[in-house]
Design a protein. Structure first.
Lengths: 563, 138
């Protein structure tokens, strides 16, 4: 049923006439000839100005509506930031759990409202700190976690029954172990599962596509573990998001906004279909799905991306997955500003870049936010640069006034046009993935990898040619030598982690430990849900690396398809 | 210069150890090919694997990419292992997120050059060509 558009035909006709006059009398011919040469960052041709003509068919109630109601374009909650401000969730992650614990306390003392933990590479890829592969990487770029004892030290004295915690676990295979460690830590502290609020990443594209590694599990097995974690956690952790479909790292690796959202939603849809095959009702797990976007430089397109992604997700959950519970339709997402856009040259300029990207996230209706630090291209943030990021969030939240009114750019002819155009392109992308046999197959064949690599290559060429301007780098390049700046140095961590592991391995009950690991191995082959047996292994003080090694042995390794 | 057709410069590229960020190295690998070089991208490798591949391929250049903080421990190890196998002529260069002080340290320990973020690839191409062609007798 076609409802009346926002503008009646007579009004549009008058606007068209006025436009013709304006074009004829006010514009130069070259303005019109070059009109469509400029494009958005994702390649949408842009007009000089947008008017009601460009949104003449828009059906307000079907396409925009009200926040908290379908199709959720204007926001997932009826009162948005008046009801609950976005969560200030700055990343912490370096050194030992004891070191990282201090940084988290620093954030909470300074007004952070959520925790966000990144892990070092050995932990991300499932190696213990004393394994040969971990050499040189322990406690670098993230915190080292080897056992449940480390998880206890990481959250020592932190109010995890009150503050939500994001564990940036990347891979499903390490998520199943790390979330188990988190739950066993809470269990041993006497905190009930229903009190735990937070998010694990758990995205099989992080295991197989976005990050490369010497040893990678095959996509199909990684996808199975991703689904296992979601299946189990949605039964026992009512306030936990067991997955954060990661558009962010796709974008950082090399995609445009359409592909970023398209791949994440394709993965979410595939997960839902798999869990439905396993006998679960969509409304029993969809309310716990969450998403993760990268807010890049193209300000209005990024805001439109947030709005369009909510609308697409509603279409998918209601039309394709048959969800009925309103909470199943809500695309709740975390945002991190775009690290890839922050050069090493004139680093203080990055404060401006990150602030503008953070502002776009809030105008786009994000649920939580991390603002990158200006020293991104040098090392992990110092306490000084981390505080600037935290303060940037607070400035957006309480000084600018942008949180007072919901979806303040709703109704902008331009933003609405972009939102509809991005929606159309994302839906088209989803069809493309479907035609390739679904997201797992698209990963197995290397199609997604090539898409990313081609984009990254084109971007690099555009930077080299100056077509993509970066202030101070290829646009008005800085000719001054950088003044020395404070750079974060990672504390020595390897030795301390090794000592703790040695003690753990000596003290644990070896019979119980071995039996628990044997059950993990059996479960890998049987195909039943891995999470309960992994939790038992964690209780028996099995380490991350020991459990991951069983996955490698049972599932085999996969060759990364880029040469 | 301007001599008869030279064989292309051969470059072996690797992601160092456990680093997961492949965007830079894969883009550079293509751009070095655009510049006429022969490039073999090994994916993620530890120093032993990189040197084993170098023994087999006899490259002019080994390029190591890392953004995750293992540059000081694993980078010089590649140089040392190459030396042990009598391949000290191979030019070893690095790129990625590497703090300026560490760049100096890496150069002291045998890395020919360290390219930070924002380095135009043509600068890397020029560096390789000068170093490799410069010492070619032809």
């Amino acid at each position: 049923m076609k409802r009346e558009g926002l503008f009646n035909e007579k009004a549009i006709e008058e606007i068209e006439k006025a436009r013709a006059l304006w074009q004829g009398e006010c514009l130069r011919p070259e303005d019109l000839e070059s009109e469509h040469l400029l494009k958005s960052a994702s390649g949408i041709p842009l007009r000089l100005i947008y008017t009601p003509e460009d949104v003449r068919d828009m059906d307000y109630l079907r396409e925009l509506g009200f926040p908290g109601l379908p199709p959720y374009t204007r926001g997932v909650y009826p009162n948005m930031y008046r009801g609950r401000p976005f969560t200030i969730r700055q990343i912490a992650g370096f050194g030992s759990p004891e070191d990282c614990n201090k940084r988290m306390k620093f954030f909470l003392e300074k007004g952070g409202t959520g925790l966000n933990i990144v892990l070092d590479m050995p932990t991300i890829r499932g190696y213990d700190s004393d394994s040969p592969q971990a050499e040189g990487n322990v406690g670098q770029c993230g915190v080292a976690i080897d056992s449940v004892e480390d998880m206890k030290a990481l959250f020592q004295d932190l109010p995890i029954d009150k503050v939500s915690v994001s564990l940036v676990t990347h891979l499903p295979s390490t998520t199943v172990i790390l979330l188990s460690m988190y739950m066993v830590m809470a269990e041993e502290r006497g905190i009930a599962p229903h009190a735990l609020a937070g998010t694990t990443q758990n995205d099989f594209l992080m295991e197989t596509t976005i990050g490369s590694a010497p040893e990678i599990l095959p996509p199909r097995h990684s996808f199975r573990i991703q689904c296992d974690v979601i299946e189990h956690a949605t039964r026992i952790l009512p306030r936990w998001n067991p997955v954060s479909y990661n558009g962010y790292n796709l974008r950082e690796a090399g995609t445009d906004a359409v592909t970023e959202v398209g791949i994440a939603i394709a993965n979410a849809q595939a997960t839902a279909e798999e869990l439905m095959k396993r006998g679960r009702e969509p409304d029993s797990f969809l309310p716990r799905f969450s998403f993760f976007w990268d807010l890049h430089n193209d300000f209005f397109e990024e805001i439109a991306k947030c709005r369009a992604s909510r609308r697409v997700w509603y279409r998918v959950t209601s039309e394709k997955l048959g969800a009925k519970n309103p909470r199943s339709h809500l695309m709740r997402f975390h945002v991190q500003t775009a690290g890839i856009t922050l050069p090493s040259i004139e680093p203080l300029n990055n404060i401006a870049r990150a602030a503008i990207q953070g502002l776009a996230a809030v105008l786009g209706g994000a649920q939580s936010l991390h603002v990158d630090s200006f020293d991104e291209a040098y090392s992990a943030p110092t306490e000084t640069s981390a505080l600037v990021s935290l303060r940037t969030q607070q400035i957006i939240q309480v000084e600018t006034g942008v949180t007072k009114v919901i979806d303040p750019l709703g109704g902008s002819y331009y933003v609405e046009y972009l939102t509809s155009e991005l929606e159309r392109r994302i839906l088209e992308f989803l069809e493309k993935v479907k035609s390739l046999g679904g997201i797992v197959t698209a990963v197995e064949t290397g199609w997604v990898h090539r898409l990313i690599a081609d984009f990254a290559y084109r971007q690099q060429r555009a930077i080299e040619s100056g077509e993509l301007p970066i202030v101070g780098v290829n646009y008005l390049p800085s000719d001054k030598k950088e003044p020395p700046m404070e750079i974060f140095r990672y504390p020595e961590t390897e030795g301390r982690q090794r000592a703790k592991l040695k003690e753990l391995r000596e003290k644990r009950d070896k019979v119980r430990w071995k039996e628990a690991l044997d059950r993990v191995r059996e479960c890998c082959h049987e195909g039943s849900n891995l999470m309960p047996v992994v939790m038992d292994a964690v209780r028996a003080r099995a380490t991350l690396g020991e459990i991951q090694q069983i996955f490698r042995e049972c599932f085999g390794l996969w060759e990364f398809p880029l040469k | 210069m301007g001599s008869v057709t030279q064989r292309p410069i051969k470059v072996l590229l690797a992601k160092l150890g456990l680093d997961i960020h492949w965007r830079g190295v894969v883009s550079i690998s293509r751009m070095l090919r655009d510049a006429g070089m022969e490039v073999i991208y090994l994916g993620n490798q530890f120093p032993e694997g990189i040197v084993a591949a170098a023994l087999q391929e006899s490259p002019d250049v080994v390029g190591l990419s890392t953004l995750c903080g293992n540059h000081l421990s694993l980078g010089p190890k590649v140089v040392q292992l190459l030396k042990e196998r009598n391949m000290e002529d191979v030019l070893v260069i690095m790129g990625g997120v590497i703090p300026p002080d560490d760049r100096e340290e890496l150069k002291r320990r045998g890395i020919a050059e360290v390219f930070g973020p924002d380095t135009p690839v043509k600068q890397i191409v020029q560096f390789i060509e000068e170093k490799v062609r410069g010492r070619d007798p032809s």
